[in-house]
Design a protein around this ligand. Sequence first.
Ligand code: SAM
Ligand code: DTB
Ligand code: SF4
Length: 324
Amino acid sequence: MTVIRNNWTKQEISEVYHTPLLELVYRAATVHRENNEPSEVQVSTLLSIKTGGCSEDCSYCPQAARYNTDLEVQKLMDLEAVVESAKEAKNSGSSRFCMGAAWREVRDNKDFDKVLEMVRQVNGLGMEVCCTLGMLTEEQAKKLADAGVYAYNHNLDTSEEDYDRIISTRTYQDRLDTLENVRKAGMTVCCGGIVGLGETVDDRISMLHTLSSMEKHPESVPINALVPVEGTPMENQDKVPIWDMVRMIATARIIMPKSVVRLSAGRTEMSLTDQALCFIAGANSIFAGDKLLTTPNPDVMQDHEMFELLGLKPREAFKDEVVA
Ligand code: SAM
Ligand code: DTB
Ligand code: SF4
């Protein structure tokens, strides 16, 4: 049985990351088989419940108010429309429903109360409810947990050293504090980052080091390939080579053997073969649905066909209730 370690050094992670590619994939696939059911893939659907107009300056994000992106700002959605959307997601095979808001942080107001009601109702459908609403206080985290939030997504995005280049309106420590509040409230943690922001390989290793050094590994680790959006400072970034995604996923799988590693944003730019390689390397989750938050994602039928072709099956909800 694989031992779960929280003391991986940067040097060790770097050695894993730089292993010759096929050897790395083989090793990750082995760790994956020892710790997870390799044909099971967790399927999550995202919904942007409040879109655009965000005060932050995250340089990759189409929802930041300060960038001139072609995005229609929308106020918080109505409860009924959100529940309807969750039902559709469930019917198309998703076990997790993730509600995202373009907020810097949660404020204690009517909108938050409305989100809490959304959480209660989606939870009532028997889905794992996930939220990503920005920074949280301990009290707000508790309220979300009490309403039935199963997972909270809050990404590190890049390394601590690289953070200021990407975002200036909050600190890395702010991020870690929210993650701590999420843990204290008893929600599971969904935390990962983005590849393709112009970071160095050392930044990637440093981010993986922060994740794997957490007292408890995040239950979900989303690995996003940057979706370059016109109008953002990252609009001209080169496409992430598939080999970099494979290395990130394989390394995450080896150092966090039991976490769900999500092949997140960027799948529209990947072939089925590319995605298959990511699943072999230990990815065991995707976002399904024609849209991520604001950018396109492969359509549901295409993903059904991919699952059929590769012999993958969607994982049922709450399978990991007992986390090691
Ligand atoms: N506002 C909240 C926050 O920042 O935590 C929640 C929503 S925010 C859009 C969630 C995450 O989406 C970001 O942390 C980032 O990792 C990811 N993301 C945003 N724009 C992206 C892009 N263009 N490409 C890839 N990932 C992106
Ligand atoms: C995560 O790691 N990726 C998702 C989710 N968590 C919230 C968001 C991806 C967003 C991609 C850009 C967009 O669609 O706006
Ligand atoms: Fe706002 Fe989140 Fe986008 Fe940053 S990533 S600009 S906090 S919506």
